[in-house]
Design a protein around this ligand. Structure first.
Ligand code: AHR
Length: 519
């Protein structure tokens, strides 16, 4: 972990010990999943745009699929988010001309239901990703959830599975992972209930659903944010009641920089580490209380930067279909933080088995569409690196780096009082079969280059550098636009020769990836 503080004249240097036998865990590839909600222009004009010359005969935007496909994202969560808590999945299946237009409670928009479960499954198939489906436990309940499971996963021969076949899809979709509601503790949530009521409802839903298809896994709703006063008591109650019916507890986290305090903002990966540590304690506590061999892991199924488009018109659809909502514009510092959050997820891959960048297109998203093209925002790049390079085992990396103090703004008070943040944050992964290593390096120093010496132990020696790129720039507030789409993008970085000891020079305010081959 990043702890030690240097005070001598080598303060700008960091020492990193990596030993390929010292592992955190095998990385569950689902920690780099995505999220697609029915809101704003995420579905409509984002992934589904019938009539656009950029769309195929099913209405799927080809340019969006082409931008996402190389990422090989393993899974996409759908259809919400807050939207799901007042969604009747039946509205979105069957002949499209008979599907109802409905007022959406969460985002005060109009939902046309032209895209629904079957379209989502086809889109996932086209993209080569797995679906993760959330059920409505707000205004609906266990019965409707079980019916959606029957629609998706059961072979024909029962009435609702036969409906799927009648809608043109005889083969079951085999959805493996199911969210039992969304943010059910949030005062903003349709059908919000107390922890005890939710826990009963989720237990019933989980039991019914697993009764129909014992191969599925389920995610219980944890706290929607660590800011709510009910955190983490809500989680304890849910875990104690639902333990045998869930495989994951959800956590959501959106980073903010309202005070324009970049040093604190860039430290929020450390805050995420602290939150995951709290979940470790809670999960171990409940597991011990239950004397249980069953394991529940964390599903960080919404995380990103989101603080600008948080109120007013940015969140109120004003009864329009596909209004512009949560269209956050991401700059360089956001991309650096996303890199830091990726490092945190990898460092905790023994506990975090699922995580979804929220969201995919247009709504707090790495991709933005207009009528003629798709734009890659700054945060696309660190995510693409994680998906491409961070595979196999996450290594237990020891980092000695100088630290800096951060203000308490934006962080949990008890944690922030003592917060010293390392300038350099490093994670490493080893893909044994591919004989490759990956190192992801964040330099939080806004003013200076940092030298990082990697010392490899464990009998595995890097033999060549396959790739080395960095995201950096003089202007932390720089962002891409349709007119200037390449203001923030990765640049090649000079790497040291591959050897047992490799010294990288990380530019000021940068996030860097190095991919190494091993003997
Ligand atoms: O991702 C945007 C919203 O953030 C989701 O609908 C909700 O789950 C969270 O509050």
């Amino acid at each position: 972990m990043n702890t030690a503080q240097s005070i001598d004249d080598t303060a700008y240097k960091a020492q990193v010990d990596l030993h390929t036998e010292h592992r955190v865990a095998a990385i569950d590839e689902r920690i780099f999943s995505g999220f697609l909600e029915h809101m704003g222009r995420a579905v409509y004009e984002g992934v589904f745009d019938p009539g656009s010359p950029l769309s195929d005969e099913r209405g799927f935007r080809r340019d969006v699929i082409d931008a996402l496909a190389p990422l090989r994202m393993p899974m996409v969560r759908y259809p919400g988010g807050n939207f799901v808590s007042n969604y009747d999945w039946r509205d979105g299946v069957g002949p499209s001309d008979r599907r109802p237009r409905r007022p959406d409670f969460a985002w005060r928009s109009i939902e046309t239901n032209q895209f629904g479960t079957d379209e989502f499954m086809s889109w996932c198939h086209e993209l080569g990703t797995d679906p993760m489906v959330a059920v409505n436990l707000g205004t609906a309940g266990p019965q409707q959830a079980a019916e959606l499971l029957e629609y998706c996963n059961l072979p024909t021969g029962t009435s609702i599975a036969d409906e799927r076949a009648a809608n043109g899809h005889p083969e079951p979709y085999g959805v493996k992972l199911w969210c039992l509601g969304n943010e059910m503790d949030g005062p903003w949530q349709a059908g919000r209930v107390s922890a005890a009521t939710y826990a009963e409802r989720a237990s019933a839903a989980g039991a019914l659903m697993k009764g129909l298809d014992p191969t599925i896994e389920t995610v219980g709703c944890g706290s929607s944010t660590n800011w709510l006063p009910t955190y983490p008591e809500w989680d304890r109650i849910v875990l104690e009641e639902c333990w045998n019916h869930i495989d994951y507890i959800s956590a959501h986290h959106y980073s903010r920089n309202d005070d324009d305090d970049t040093p604190s903002f860039l430290s929020q990966g450390v805050e995420l580490d602290a939150i995951i540590t709290q979940y470790r304690g809670l999960l171990d506590h409940v597991s011990a209380l239950k004397r249980s061999f069953h394991r529940v892991h964390v599903s960080f199924d919404e995380w990103n930067v989101w603080y600008r488009a948080r109120s007013g018109q940015a969140t109120n659809g004003q009864r329009q279909a596909a209004p512009r909502l949560l269209e956050e514009v991401y700059n360089l510092e956001d991309a650096l933080l996303v890199g830091g959050l990726i490092n945190t997820l990898l460092r905790n891959s023994d506990r975090v088995r699922v995580a979804c960048l929220a969201q995919l297109v247009n709504v707090i998203a790495p991709l933005v569409t207009n009528r003629t093209t798709v734009l890659r925002q700054s945060i696309y790049f660190p995510y693409a690196w994680a998906l491409r390079y961070a595979r196999g085992q996450s290594l237990d990396v020891r980092v000695e780096s100088e630290t800096y103090p951060i203000s308490t703004a934006g962080l949990q008070a008890d944690f922030a009082r003592t917060a010293q943040v390392p300038f350099v944050d490093i994670v490493a992964t080893q893909d044994g079969p591919a004989k490759q290593l990956c190192v992801l390096m964040l330099n939080r120093d806004l003013d200076g280059e940092r030298e990082v010496a990697l010392e490899w132990g464990g009998g595995v020696r890097p033999s060549s550098v396959l790739a080395c790129e960095t995201l950096t720039g003089p202007d932390l507030k720089a962002f891409n636009t349709f007119e200037q789409p390449r203001r923030v993008e990765p640049q090649r970085l000079d790497a040291p020769a591959a050897s047992e000891r490799m010294v990288f020079k990380l530019p000021a305010r940068s996030y860097t990836v190095a991919q190494l081959a091993v003997h």
